[in-house]
Design a binder for this molecule. Structure first.
Ligand code: AMP
Length: 283
């Protein structure tokens, strides 16, 4: 497995692969990789001739006061995980390589970027959309693998790729969890022992919500209150949001119908955790 650090090396390498008829799979990440990230690599490997993982902690998507400086970084461990999962290349650029000058061009969306995390982290998705557009431009024609863990982010990447006719096939992959149900996240290492044991309330609240919907509940407020009540039972966490939305628009309908998604965000000390779960209501 090769580690590339410059944009021109990535372009030359992948252009040569495509010229030789090899298809490219791309897995964008911020590093501090875990088995959830590895599952994206494992999804790409059988579908593509070469797989490249980007590792870049993107300053644009952190607001002042968020954890940009503290965000965990360990390239050697990440490289070992990528190699074991079958990746061919890592792209690990410096901030200067990605942003040689202060950026004046950004990508931002209306619609799907507005509710949920768009309310809690108003500059976040523009930072994500901008860096992913830039990474797609660097990679060229490829299939790109994203986790449903960041469900709203996935919706944004799909919409942006469609709106801007980007030459990328966007693939959504299932959420990987610890055995007790906590969704794997690079930020889980911030949790204290008490916060870690309380953090299972996200998954449990979502499971309760989905069970209620599957049992016939179509009032989003009732389902939302079930989640809030359960999350409030944890001593250490502070609820940011718990919502049930239409899986396509990410807006809360008056009556739940069709494909729906329950999403939660909870602050545990230094760690802001998000999770989600979906179901389909058959008419
Ligand atoms: P991050 O490094 O947190 O920016 O995440 C990079 C990619 O990995 C995103 O597409 C995430 O949705 C995905 N990802 C993170 N955690 C998980 C998980 N537990 N299961 C599946 N995908 C994940």
């Amino acid at each position: 497995m090769k580690i590339l650090t410059t944009i021109s090396d990535v372009r030359n390498t992948l252009n040569a692969d495509r010229a030789a008829g090899r298809s490219v799979g791309f897995v964008p990440t911020m590093g501090a990789l875990h088995d959830g990230h590895a599952s994206l690599v494992r999804a790409s490997v059988p579908e593509n001739d070469v797989t490249i993982v980007s590792i870049f902690v993107n300053p644009l998507q952190f607001a002042p006061g968020e954890d940009l400086e503290a965000y965990p970084r360990d390239l050697d461990t990440d490289a070992a995980l990528c190699s074991a999962a079958g990746a061919d290349y890592i792209f690990a650029p410096s901030v200067d390589e990605m942003y040689p000058e202060p950026i004046e061009t950004t990508v931002s969306l209306t619609g799907v970027s507005e509710p949920l995390d768009g309310q809690s982290r108003p500059t976040h998705f523009s930072g994500v959309a901008t860096v992913v557009t830039k990474l797609f431009s660097i990679m060229g024609s490829c299939s790109a693998y994203f986790g449903q863990k960041d469900f709203q982010q996935l919706a944004i990447i799909r919409k942006m790729s469609l709106d801007l006719s980007l030459d990328v096939r966007v693939v959504g992959c299932p959420i990987h969890r610890e055995t007790d149900g906590l969704a794997m996240s690079s930020r889980n290492i911030y949790l204290t022992a008490d916060e870690r044991s309380d953090s299972v309330v996200l998954n449990q609240a979502l499971a309760k919500a989905i069970a209620a919907i599957d049992a016939g509940e179509t009032n989003p407020t009732v389902v939302q209150n079930l989640m809030i009540e359960h999350i409030d039972s944890a001593v250490t966490g502070e609820l940011d949001y718990a919502e049930v939305v239409d899986a396509r628009t990410l807006l809360t309908p008056e009556v739940l119908a069709g494909e729906v998604r329950a999403l939660v965000a909870v602050q545990f000390g230094k760690a802001r955790l998000i999770d989600n779960m979906g179901t389909t209501i058959n008419a």
